[in-house]
Ligand binder design. Structure first.
Ligand SMILES: [Zn+2]
Length: 279
């Protein structure tokens, strides 16, 4: 790059006898801009030790935080890929393949069963890394699978949402997943099985406008953005300045939209207590 990086730094490193620390060992906190060692961050449940910012985590990470090593991931029904032959500047089928390869998952929701503090549960987890956690036909099938499994095995259901909303490349077929998932979670209430909805950053659009807001208990992870439309769109529509923490968990609890705001590290204990209380 310049003579400092090309010449002075290697000389200094040779002198000190230390290898340069690779960049990928560090993560910058988007909230307080502090550098965090990735390993330390992971050991701290991906929460910044300086400002308590909750980093977004993948569905697989969430699964292992929640159920440890002892869980069974379920196969979810395969759906017709790219039914509308949708194409913007890229084919939807290509985007889908890329996301599947990048995340090593079939679609944006994984379903599993396991135990939390000795209580058997069914979980469905959205992965925001998979096309923004968008809900298309495959995600709809996954939610229905989770509900059926919970009902057939008499287990509580916990859904961790993290989604930008409907999968627009599937058009009306993705919007149809909203009533479908609502019917699926409602089928649990007839059997008195608890459905706990955990809203994590971000839960928006068609997911927040369907099953995610129908939990018997609605938990929001600390500092999560939860809403339907983005705040800028709302501001432009109503021509008013919105409060600074608008659509944040802490704001929503004040307005009575959710039941509790929980720190990620306390989530397992809290969910276990709720299950015990409800069952
Ligand atoms: Zn921070």
């Amino acid at each position: 790059m310049n003579w400092i990086t090309n010449f002075v730094r290697p000389k200094l490193q040779a002198f000190v006898g230390k290898k340069e620390v690779p960049d990928n060992l560090w993560e910058t906190c988007p909230k307080c801009s502090q550098m965090l060692l990735k390993r330390e961050l992971e050991n701290n449940s991906f929460v910044c030790k300086h400002c308590d910012h909750h980093f977004r985590i993948s569905a697989k990470q969430r699964l292992s935080f929640f159920l440890g090593n002892n869980f069974m991931v379920m196969d979810t029904p395969k759906v017709k890929a790219d039914p509308l032959k949708f194409k913007d500047n890229k084919k939807y089928s290509d985007r889908l393949k890329e996301a599947q390869k990048k995340n090593s998952t079939y679609d944006s929701v994984i379903v599993a069963s396991g135990t939390i503090e000795k209580k058997k549960v069914t979980v469905a987890i959205f992965d925001f890394n998979f096309m923004g956690g968008s809900m298309g036909m495959a995600a709809g099938e996954a939610i229905v699978t989770a509900c059926n499994y919970a009902r057939n095995n008499n287990l509580p259901l916990i859904i961790f949402s993290s989604s930008g909303g409907a999968r627009m490349q599937e058009g009306i077929l993705s919007l149809m997943q909203m009533p479908r998932t609502v019917i699926a979670v409602n089928s649990l209430s007839k059997t008195n099985l608890p459905f706990i909805s955990v809203l994590t950053d971000p839960t928006t659009g068609g997911v927040s406008a369907s099953f995610a807001m129908l939990g018997d208990i609605i938990i929001a992870e600390k500092d999560a953005t939860i809403g339907f439309a983005g705040s800028r769109v709302i501001e432009e529509t109503i021509k008013e300045k919105l409060p600074q923490n608008f659509q944040k968990s802490e704001y929503l609890i004040e307005k009575g939209m959710i039941d509790i705001v929980v720190h990620r590290k306390e989530l397992n204990k809290k969910i276990s207590d709720i299950i015990e209380f409800l069952t």
